[in-house]
Design a protein around this ligand. Structure first.
Ligand code: BT5
Length: 329
């Protein structure tokens, strides 16, 4: 979509009622037929625009696809999402973002897709990514920090997503499940996959991949008991571009603060307040071993603090945590 088409969309979106063709001509310095061409373009992209003789044009509905022009309507960031590459279909937005980052894409660039044919989770797992319903996006970062700090970005992202979700749906009881999930009622709503290219000392770039189940109504049998969406939880369909912008708005705020700090200390009260695991007995699966304990909190470095049977507290830096009760059920 051209800059002018996006500009006309933004103008229609901010208008209170109808905007005459004549006014659009004047404001954008273009002819009547050019205005018509842009309106046609917007309609082709899926926006519903009413045209009434004598009154003008009125935006009835956005397409709802997470395209740059629609996300920009709700964005108040300095850099996050200001460059946004939208794909109708891609293998994985993380994969594309890594290629773009390696080719020099600036910090804050975002790749988003309507459908992922090979959406990825951690450790080679897959992320179910049907078309037209959810959000799949990856943010490129170039944090000037030592690479040991990079894993903290996963929890930082979870906090930003959580904030945006409760702002979009105030009644939702979403919980942050260390280290990379947002869950509602024990079912997964969102996952974060952070990948980086780094030297031993410095990170060259980081790609933060985020999948949020937004308007999905049904899940495949293997996810039926384990996954949910905002629509399943609330009964409402949400505007994907608005939610994506909401996450980016919150993310940029927290990320900039995190760069000024040494660690996650500033956001720990929030992470602990909305933690699914706080105070609970859990088992952390680290592939080669399982560690059982009681969650005492999160360390400023992002590690899960596990109280052990012998009274010591052990910081756990990676793994898949499950409630012990889930094991015995
Ligand atoms: C994650 O991995 O939770 C990270 C997911 C990140 C997905 C985003 S989408 C945009 C970007 N591009 C990508 O290719 N990836 C990122 P993990 O903790 O390993 O969880 C994966 C597990 O979650 C799977 O093994 C399933 O059990 C479950 N799962 C798969 N798809 C799901 C979905 N749509 N909703 C809920 N759970 C799902």
């Amino acid at each position: 979509m051209s800059g002018l088409t996006s500009g006309i969309l933004a103008r229609l979106h901010s208008a209170d009622g109808y905007l005459s063709g004549e006014r659009l001509c004047r404001e954008f310095g273009i002819t009547r037929s050019a205005v018509w061409k842009h309106i046609r373009q917007l309609r082709l992209s899926g926006c519903r625009i009413e045209a009434v003789t004598g009154s003008g044009y009125r935006l009835l509905a956005l397409s709802g696809a997470p395209v740059s022009a629609e996300v920009a309507l709700f964005l108040n960031t300095g850099f996050a999402g200001r460059i946004l590459h939208y794909r109708m279909e891609t293998e994985s937005t993380n994969l594309e973002a890594k290629l773009l980052a390696a080719a020099g894409a600036p910090e804050g660039s975002v790749v988003t897709a309507d459908f992922q044919s090979a959406g990825r989770g951690r450790l080679g797992r897959s992320w179910v990514s049907p078309a037209g319903e959810n959000l799949y996006f990856s943010v490129i970062l170039r944090p000037p920090v030592a690479s040991y700090r990079v894993p903290q970005i996963t929890l930082l992202s979870a906090a930003a997503i959580h904030r945006a979700l409760v702002e979009a749906l105030s009644g939702i009881d979403a919980r942050i499940k260390w280290p990379n999930d947002i869950v509602v009622g024990g079912k997964k709503l969102c996952g974060v996959l952070c990948e980086m290219q780094a030297d031993p000392d410095t990170a060259h770039f980081v790609v933060v991949g985020i999948g949020i189940n937004v308007n999905q109504g049904e899940f495949p049998p293997d996810l039926l008991d384990r996954a949910t969406s905002l629509r399943c939880e609330s009964g409402f369909s949400l505007c994907r571009p608005e939610l994506l912008a909401g996450v980016l708005n919150r993310f940029e705020e927290l990320y900039l603060q995190w760069l000024r700090e040494d660690d996650l200390g500033f956001i720990l009260p929030y992470l602990e307040r909305y933690s699914l695991l706080h105070g609970r007995d859990v088992i952390v699966d680290q592939l080669t071993r399982q560690i059982a304990g009681t969650v005492k909190g999160i360390a400023p470095g992002g590690e899960l603090l596990l109280g052990m049977a012998d009274g010591t507290v052990r910081p756990i830096s990676s793994g898949e945590a499950s409630l012990s009760s889930a094991y015995t059920m």
